[in-house]
Design a protein around this ligand. Structure first.
Ligand SMILES: *Cc1c(COP(=O)(O)O)cnc(C)c1O
Length: 230
C-alpha cells in the first residue's frame, strides 16, 4: 500500500509541475514518516523514496541509525534547543527555525562538529495561535540576525498552512510565503538564499506546487492516518 501511495503522490506532484510550467526536478517530495515504523519506510524506499521527514529529534535519530545511510532526513517539527546536538550531523535540513536562540544553538553545535547546517525559517503566515513560526513581518529581522551566525546556511522558508476542507483556501497563504521569499531575495543579504520553499501537506500540496513550493511534506497521503498526533 505504501509503495502504491508513494507512486500516486509522485504522479500528482509531476502533474502539478506540468500544469504550472515547472520542471518536476524542482520539487522534492518529502515522505513524512513520523510515528510510522521503519518497515513502512522500507516500503516507501521500494517505490523510490529517499527523503524522509520527522518531527521529533529522537525518532529521527533512531530511524537514521537503523536504516541505510543513503537516505536524507529532514527535521520538520518544533525543535528544542537541547536536542539540536543530535541533529546537526543527521538532518540534512532543519525546516523549523523560528527564533534567534534556536539558530544560535544550531550554529554553536555546527561549529563544534565542524559542519555547516542548512536551515529554513518557519513562518506562521496564517498567524494561527497554535502554530510555531515567526510572523511575516518578523521574518526579515530574524533572517538578518541569523545570517551573521557561523556554520549555518539559510536556504529558504517553510510554513504550515491551516487544516482546511478546500485546498484553494490555502492558496493565498502559499502565495504570501512565495512573495516574502522574493522580497527577501531582492535584498541580497549575505549568506541568505531563498531557493527552498517548504510548503504543502497531504491536503494541499498540489496547490502549494502551483504557487512555487520546492519541497512538499506528505505524511498521511503516503503512510495513511496516524494513530496519534506526533
Ligand atoms: C505531520 C506533518 C506533515 C505531514 O502532514 P500530512 O497532513 O499527514 O501530510 C507535514 N509537515 C509537518 C511540519 C508535519 O508536522
Amino acid at each position: 500500500m505504501v509503495a502504491e501511495n508513494y507512486k500516486e503522490v509522485m504522479g500528482k506532484v509531476q502533474r502539478a509541475c506540468e500544469r504550472s510550467g515547472r520542471d518536476a526536478g524542482e520539487v522534492t517530495l518529502i515522505a513524512v514518516s513520523k510515528t510510522k515504523p521503519v518497515s513502512m519506510i522500507r516500503e516507501a524506499m521500494e517505490a523510490g523514496a529517499r527523503v524522509f521527514g520527522e518531527n521529533k529529534a529522537q525518532e529521527l535519530c533512531e530511524k537514521y541509525e537503523e536504516l541505510p545511510k543513503d537516505l536524507h532526513w529532514h527535521m520538520i517539527g518544533h525543535l528544542q534547543r537541547n536536542k539540536v546536538k543530535y541533529l546537526v550531523e543527521r538532518a540534512e535540513l532543519i525546516h523549523s527555525v523560528d527564533s534567534l536562540r534556536l539558530a544560535e544553538e544550531i550554529s554553536k553545535e555546527a561549529m563544534k562538529k565542524q559542519v555547516t547546517v542548512k536551515i529554513l525559517i518557519e513562518v506562521n503566515v496564517a498567524e494561527e495561535e497554535s502554530k510555531y513560526g515567526v510572523r511575516l513581518e518578523e521574518a526579515e529581522e530574524l533572517i538578518r540576525a541569523a545570517a551573521l551566525l557561523p556554520n549555518i546556511c539559510i536556504c529558504g522558508l517553510m510554513t504550515i498552512a491551516p487544516c482546511v476542507e478546500d485546498p484553494e483556501e490555502n492558496r493565498p497563504i502559499f502565495r504570501s510565503l512565495k512573495k516574502l521569499a522574493v522580497d527577501i531575495k531582492m535584498k541580497n543579504i549575505d549568506n541568505v538564499h531563498m531557493g527552498v520553499l517548504s510548503m504543502g501537506m497531504t491536503g494541499d500540496y498540489e496547490v502549494a506546487i502551483e504557487e512555487g513550493a520546492t519541497m512538499v511534506r506528505v505524511g498521511t497521503g503516503i503512510f495513511g492516518e496516524r494513530n496519534y498526533e506526533g
